[in-house]
Write a protein that binds this ligand. Structure first.
Ligand code: ZN
Ligand code: ZN
Length: 253
């Protein structure tokens, strides 16, 4: 099982997950042209993708999904709420999921779980090949007991570190946006992500990667230190996904 990021941050998110010959995209916030360029960088022909799974309707996650689905005849999986709230829903094939569903796309098993975020029916996912488990967790204002239950026994984790609390509060965002980002339906800050890691059993973890880092309200170094403090590990062991380059393939075995 392996995974890679096409890019991560408020200007666009997309993660590529591969098990055997099955490849799926988690979200696609980039234009089709940009997505093709970033996929080819990872040695992945867009036509080799089996489908797109969508977490929620915010533009940085869905902007490219409709056009990519039509161009490459890709099926799309999403909740009814995300479908209702998305502008472009002319997908090649639409598969509705319940945010508590477990389902499979060829060789990849997915467990959806709902997250508190200011979208219609947002969810995030744990991906598995039947034994190894990878979670991608972003776009949530706070942890919940149910989110934590889904993060057990992980072999890989990409975790949001959206903002540094002091940088957000002293930064240029208007008051209402500061409240939105830091609220219970906003995003995880470095301290919240550190606290989540402290509660998890990381004994099987092979890859810990920080993502969805705000360009205005965070520094990569702050986010990375929060993660290695949370995981109680060496700093080199934690890597960060960036907006422009995401990260290259990470193998979980
Ligand atoms: Zn987002
Ligand atoms: Zn969002």
């Amino acid at each position: 099982m392996r995974f890679a990021s096409l890019g991560s941050g408020s200007k666009g998110n997309s993660t590529l997950i591969e098990v055997g010959s099955t490849r799926i995209l988690l979200d696609c916030g980039f234009s089709v042209k940009e997505t093709e360029k970033r996929l080819l960088r990872l040695g992945c022909e867009p036509s080799s993708i089996d489908g797109v799974v969508v977490t929620h309707e915010h533009g940085d996650h869905v902007n490219g999904v409709g056009r990519l689905s039509r161009k490459y005849k890709l099926p799309v999986w999403l909740t009814v709420g995300t479908h209702h709230a998305s502008k472009d829903t002319g997908f090649e094939i639409t598969n509705f999921i319940d945010p508590h569903d477990a389902f499979s796309i060829n060789d990849i098993h997915l467990q959806a779980f709902p997250v508190p975020h200011d979208a219609r029916e947002p969810c995030q996912f744990v991906f598995s090949d039947g034994s190894l488990r990878l979670a991608v967790l972003s776009d949530l204002g706070r942890e919940t007991p149910h989110v934590m239950e889904n993060l057990v026994s992980l072999d890989g984790l990409m975790l949001e570190c959206n903002y540094d609390h002091d940088m957000l509060m002293t930064g240029e965002y208007p008051y209402s946006l500061k409240q939105r980002v830091s609220g219970g339906l906003g995003h995880l800050d470095n301290r919240q992500s550190e606290a989540i890691l402290k509660k998890l059993d990381l004994s099987k973890m092979q890859h810990l990667i920080g993502g969805h880092v705000s360009e205005k309200n965070n520094l990569k170094e702050y986010a990375q230190s929060a993660l290695y403090r949370g995981a109680d590990c060496e700093s080199e062991w934690v890597s960060m996904a960036c907006q422009e380059h995401g990260f290259s393939w990470r193998e979980i075995s």
